[in-house]
Design a protein around this ligand. Structure first.
Ligand SMILES: NC(=O)c1ccc[n+]([C@@H]2O[C@H](COP(=O)([O-])OP(=O)(O)OC[C@H]3O[C@@H](n4cnc5c(N)ncnc54)[C@H](O)[C@@H]3O)[C@@H](O)[C@H]2O)c1
Ligand SMILES: O=C(O)[C@H](O)COP(=O)(O)O
Length: 387
């Protein structure tokens, strides 16, 4: 029996896939797995019983990913599972920034009791007029799951699309429409584009990447869209750029005291992934990842350990080891298993940065002595018996 704890509401369509071998718990001290959306985990004490954390979504800046790696806790996210939901809101954001749709709707609501509202509307509508997005230049920073979808959809809406992503994945590159211009520098995006949208993860390298200097390079009257994370933009500098007219509109999915209620800024309350479809996709992917990890020891879509998959165990026993990516680890594992008389049927070892993961199938069940010896190796953070 495995137990899981949800730190945020997670779609039942996903949780329903856990099956009878799983039980939901409120006690962190009983949980093998944690499922989370945006709950902040940096100040949480994560007990040793927790083996896996699945972020039902893309951004993992709310999870102490590095500390988890150090402690042998595998962290997953659900790449692409909510990308379409965000893409649709970005397209809506571009349209809302181009025409005063919100102002117009608010005007009608305010004047609803006027008998001649129809005539009044015809007189007043010019104050809500705007421009079309077709024919305008859109710059996309980050061409991952969301950025690539926004790029392709925007070309279908008649926009001229520029994309910038020095680390683009091969999959994302294959999926991009050939009409998208490959920008080799952010300066090209800033100097050319009428609309700029950012779709990169928040890391130490990307924090405040849109800063004062970036604004000086942008076109007069640019529209900036941020459905990634508020801390990617220096919002103090943004407000100066709005006041000077350099930025016409800022559309952001992240409410904070600086942007809420400020003229020229359209703020949604982190709604990008809040669709039934995205919530289900994320929950289903997260639960599948957790199950494959807990039941088979396999890793797919981790953000702190390498992908590592040996399928379902057909040998007598399987153990998994989270460890540091340093020399002499495998030889120590095999030496201990050999000296305990345990024959290895199959084995795989993969590394990612400073961390590595090993799956070992055995022809007989691992003894307590062997497991204790493996756990005692310096650089080993977790040893699990799968079978
Ligand atoms: N508003 C929401 O509800 C919502 C929903 C999903 C994701 N997000 C945010 O959007 C981000 C992107 O999501 P995704 O699913 O597209 O992720 P992704 O990992 O598929 O794509 C991110 C892309 O950014 C690129 N990148 C990284 N650093 C870069 C840099 N300095 N310059 C240019 N490109 C860079 C990567 O190469 C990658 O292609 C997430 O990390 C999350 O913060 C927000
Ligand atoms: O990174 C993400 O996936 C989004 O920001 C969605 O967050 P949410 O799951 O809290 O809506």
């Amino acid at each position: 029996m495995f137990q899981y704890k949800c730190l945020n509401p997670i779609s039942q369509t996903g949780l329903g896939l856990f099956g009878e071998e799983y039980k939901q718990t409120e006690e962190l001290n009983d949980a093998d797995a944690i499922l989370v959306r945006s709950a902040k985990m940096h100040d949480m004490e994560i007990p040793e019983n927790v083996k896996v954390i699945a972020r039902a979504g893309a951004g993992v800046n709310n999870v102490p990913v590095e500390q988890c790696a150090e402690n042998g806790i595998v962290v997953f996210n659900t790449p692409g599972a909510n990308a379409n939901g965000v893409k649709e809101l970005v397209l809506a954001g571009m349209l809302l920034a181009s025409r005063d749709i919100v102002g117009g709707i608010e005007w009608v609501a305010h004047e609803e009791d006027k008998e001649h509202i129809d005539k009044l509307a015809e007189k007043q509508k010019k104050q809500f007029a705007g421009c079309e997005i077709s024919g305008k230049k859109l710059g996309i920073i980050g061409l991952g799951a969301i950025g690539a979808m926004v790029a392709n959809s925007a070309t279908h809406l008649g926009m001229e699309v520029y994309g910038y992503d020095p680390f683009i994945s091969i999959d994302a590159a294959w999926n991009l429409s050939r009409t998208i211009k490959h920008s080799k520098s952010l300066d090209e995006i800033y100097s050319q584009c009428d609309y700029i949208t950012i779709h990169v993860p928040l890391t130490d390298n990307t924090r405040k990447m849109i800063d004062k200097e970036a604004f000086t390079k942008m076109k007069e009257g640019v529209v900036l869209l941020n459905f990634a994370r508020d801390l990617l933009v220096d919002e103090e500098a943004l407000i100066e750029a709005l006041d000077s007219g350099k930025v016409k509109k800022y559309v952001t999915d992240f409410a904070n005291p600086l942007v809420a209620g400020r003229p020229g800024i359209l703020v949604t309350p982190h709604l990008g992934a809040s669709t039934a479809e995205s919530e289900e996709n994320c929950a289903v992917m997260a639960v599948k990842e957790v199950r494959d990890f807990l039941e088979n020891g396999n890793i797919k879509n981790s953000v702190n350990f390498p992908n590592c998959d040996m399928g379902t165990c057909i040998a007598v026993g399987r153990i998994t080891i989270c460890h540091k990516n340093i020399p002499n680890m495998i030889s120590q594992f095999t030496k201990i298993l050999g000296s305990e008389g345990l024959n290895i049927a199959d084995m795989t070892n993969k590394s990612r940065g400073s961390y590595a993961y090993t799956i070992i199938d055995l022809e007989s069940a691992a003894s307590k002595e062997a497991l204790d010896e493996l756990k005692a190796i310096e650089g080993v953070s977790k040893v699990r018996v799968i079978k």
